[in-house]
Design a protein around this ligand. Sequence first.
Ligand SMILES: Nc1nc2c(c(=O)[nH]1)N[C@H]1C(S)=C(S)[C@@H](COP(=O)(O)O)O[C@H]1N2
Ligand SMILES: [Mo]
Length: 433
Amino acid sequence: MLDDASTTPRSPAADTAAPVSDTVEPGRRGFLKGASLGAMGALLGTAIPFGRNMPPGFVPVALAQDSGLGLMDAKQGLTLLNDRPVNAETPAHLLDDDVTPYERMFVRNNGLVPQHALDMNADSWTLTIDGEVENPLTLTLADLQNEFETVTTPLWVECGGNGRAFFQPGASGNQWTVGAVGCPEWTGVRLKDVLERAGVKPTAVYTGHYGNDVHLSGDPDKEVISRGVPIEKALAPENLIAWAMNGEPVPAMHGFPLRLVIPGFPGSVSQKYLTRIWVRDRQHDGAKMTGYSYRLPAYPVAPGTEVPESDMVVMMEMPVKSLVTFPATGAEVAAGRPTEVRGHAWCGKGDVAAMHVSLDFGQTWQEAELMAPPNTFAWQRWTASVTPPEAGYYEVWARATDKDGNMQPAVVPGWNPRGYGNNMMHRIALFAV
Ligand SMILES: Nc1nc2c(c(=O)[nH]1)N[C@H]1C(S)=C(S)[C@@H](COP(=O)(O)O)O[C@H]1N2
Ligand SMILES: [Mo]
């Protein structure tokens, strides 16, 4: 069922021109206390039949769990799309750092932040590896830290629905514009090393990931999200089981105390609050692996087509993409003088091959300087110098190309029912004076 199918997408032009404001409302923190039972019923998605007999100020158990919204106070300048669960994206100009700081890392929660994470309590935490393995493992944080090689490396995470706001007709789900992506530095062990310690059987086909965040209904037996990757991807060297982000314990919002970081694939495979990896003998069928979730039509369809569920296939590598992170859209620059523009580029297949910018709506292009990444699956810095010939309105369009020659398109590519994989070029406005 589509939860918010009527959401209208914002137009790209509106996004380009809009001033970016801090939309996190601190006053929302204690909002449950003042809410009417009717409003709470709406949150639960069901009526509360004996509501009129409940004492004033009563909070139903299903809603007592904190969504973690209070944790957003430490984020800086993010756009809050939803407060239960918490979803927030980062304006492009705040993603200029090579390594994304905590304050600017987007948040995508499908459920509620679990209590142990709110308490930052990792006592008795274990990770189980089972299924198609020779020796099922149950590892503590200390086991992971002591028995495997520790790796520290920047890796990008991008939500599969980043760019959804630009699909027409619109697609249900969070209306991400461009900022559901970030590249923090992660510390942990290679997923591959842990899987190899468990001994992957030849029958292994896929992984299934589990965390212990709380379903929006409050029902402890309901899975929030449980996705997986083909075993070949799971055994690739880039993936980490991480306990630290930017040198600190993984923050509550981002999966404390342990999460997967599987760059290249949609962010949803990077399970937070990780408790179990089930090695499967078939494609995983956990929550949000089936139906229309993180799936694309197996063939190109016209916008708005009703695609039968049986024709939907799992989304794999994210397409090549880039952002302009400096200057901020709407910047004033000097006419006739060179202006520095810069950003990052990344690709689900690994390194980006080339980067170009245009100052005349895509009529002519100049090559930008593209740095090698510090490691595969860290995003790559690009810089260019553009000169607006005279006073007036300009746009910088940025276009990355992958090693197979695929470029970012100027328009939304491949319409799909849930609005995944939009890698259209990012553009910003410049006013030359
Ligand atoms: N346990 C758990 N893991 C999860 C999610 C979730 O809701 N619960 N969301 C996934 C999705 S859809 C994305 S895009 C990334 C976002 O990671 P971040 O919130 O750390 O930016 O986490 C993934 N891992
Ligand atoms: Mo996501």
